[in-house]
Ligand binder design. Structure first.
Ligand SMILES: Nc1nc2c(c(=O)[nH]1)N[C@H]1C(S)=C(S)[C@@H](COP(=O)(O)O)O[C@H]1N2
Ligand SMILES: [Mo]
Length: 424
């Protein structure tokens, strides 16, 4: 169906004219290559993103998994303590690696944004709308993700649901895009070879054959850089950023010095409490009076109990190496000592409880409580930690007591615990 348009048939001067675009590098091969390079990282990022949603479990901000049913029909396991450090490290690393590729890819298809006439037919309109969702969704998801790992939560909307729902829009538009572009990718790889253009230096760099309705320029300028150099630069930036992200994780301590963007620094002292602090006690209004001798852990289940730190230290103590694995991608493994959560459940007359609501002395803020599942309560490594690396936990790491549970997202390792309500 043709749409009659009030716009002039000839494009106005500027980027709507095909001859405005001069780069000899643009063309279906370049866009296909960048898209194919990006795709595996996006798949890893998407899968680990949905896994993070599973790991949030009952704490999820989404109604029942997002759509009234759970996308993944299993509970987050506790069996391997490093699991969330791994999946979330992969999520953040693959997402960050994809960003330079995304920018290059958007550059490669830029002329399409200015197509003239802007709408040619109903199907053209639909195609452009799906591209708006694809590009808008991608920019939103990557931008919020990046800000979240660097600046925490600087916006008024809630990060998790907006990142999550935008990701679904983005991935749906991407699935459509990959389907629609499959033949173009096959054709250009068939014509140009998948990697053949990478063999050419500047002298042998020629424009891709001009094709109307593509991103090739009708009047290409002489190349100033080869495709190999351009893609090498973009890829180099991606690899560099990826290493910086991996350097923040406890699986790659030797790379720590590369974590130039780590919001919490790279250098720590040698003391038992010298490792990353998310929020300090000061920052959230937890004072030494609140955590002093008057502090009690209040337990409730089929009966109430109130325990001082001395009483907790008199209970059987257990020591495990457990990571704090932040949603921001960083992680750090330390040696924690404390009381098993299942022993506390028993003290509250709630052995085999279905879940526990853990609350912090911290009054405001989104991380001042967390819900743990029965599996998380029952794991022998699940602790209410009182000590770390042989010393009392410092104020900033959650004194007098904090939750340490294997494979738990960092957010739920509640610090400055004040009460635990065991529920059936
Ligand atoms: N009460 C409380 N507990 C909290 C937080 C918080 O802000 N308040 N931050 C959480 C987050 S997001 C992480 S990653 C870990 C960080 O623990 P650390 O500061 O000891 O490294 O604590 C978690 N526990
Ligand atoms: Mo975190």
């Amino acid at each position: 169906m043709k749409l009659s348009s009030p716009l002039p048939a000839d494009p106005p001067p500027g980027p709507t004219r095909p001859d405005f675009w001069k780069s000899p590098l643009r063309g279906p091969w370049l866009s296909s290559f960048l898209g194919s390079l990006m795709l595996p990282f996006i798949v890893i990022c998407a899968v680990t993103g949905f896994l993070s949603q599973v790991a949030y479990g009952e704490n999820s901000l989404l109604p029942e998994g997002g759509f009234g049913f759970s996308l993944v029909p299993f509970d987050w396991p506790t069996g391997w303590a490093m699991l969330y450090a791994l999946t979330q490290g992969l999520h953040v690393t693959s997402g960050v690696i994809a960003i330079p590729l995304l920018i290059a890819k958007l550059w490669s298809v830029m002329p399409k944004l200015f197509e003239w006439p802007p709408v040619r037919s109903a199907s053209h309109l639909l195609e452009r709308l799906s591209l708006a969702l694809l590009v808008g969704g991608a920019l939103f998801v990557f931008f919020t993700g990046l800000l979240n790992i660097q600046l925490y939560y600087p916006w008024n909307f809630s990060f998790v649901p907006s990142h999550y729902y935008a990701a679904i829009v983005f991935l749906a538009a991407l699935a459509l895009h990959v389907t629609l572009k499959y033949t173009t990718v096959r054709r250009s790889f068939g014509e140009q070879g998948v990697v053949r253009p990478l063999k050419y230096g500047l002298k042998q760099t020629v424009p891709e054959p001009y094709r109307e309705d593509s991103t090739t320029s009708p009047e290409p300028a002489a190349p100033t850089v080869s495709r190999r150099a351009m893609l090498g630069t973009v890829g180099g930036v991606s690899v560099g950023l990826g290493l910086m992200m991996v350097g923040q994780t406890s699986v790659a301590e030797p790379l720590r010095q590369l974590a130039l963007l780590a919001p919490r620094g790279r250098e720590y002292g040698d003391g038992p409490n010298d490792f990353q602090v998310n929020k300090t006690a000061d920052a959230v209004g937890v004072t030494p009076e609140m955590t002093g001798p008057g502090w009690r852990l209040r337990l409730s289940g089929s009966r109430q109990a109130s325990l001082s730190r001395e009483q907790l230290l008199a209970m059987p103590q257990h020591t495990y190496d457990l990571p704090i694995a932040c949603v921001e991608g960083w992680s750090t493994t330390q040696t924690w000592t404390g009381v098993r959560l299942r022993d506390l459940a028993e003290a509250a007359g709630a052995a085999g409880a279905g879940q526990v609501l853990v609350k912090s002395l911290q009054e405001a803020g989104s991380f001042n409580e967390a819900i743990l599942s029965s599996e998380q309560i029952d794991d022998e490594k699940s602790l209410l930690a009182l000590r770390v690396n042989g010393a009392d936990i410092s104020m900033d790491h959650g004194f007098p007591a904090r939750v340490m549970v294997p494979a738990l997202p960092g957010v739920h390792n509640t610090k400055w615990v004040s009460s635990m309500e065991f529920q059936s």
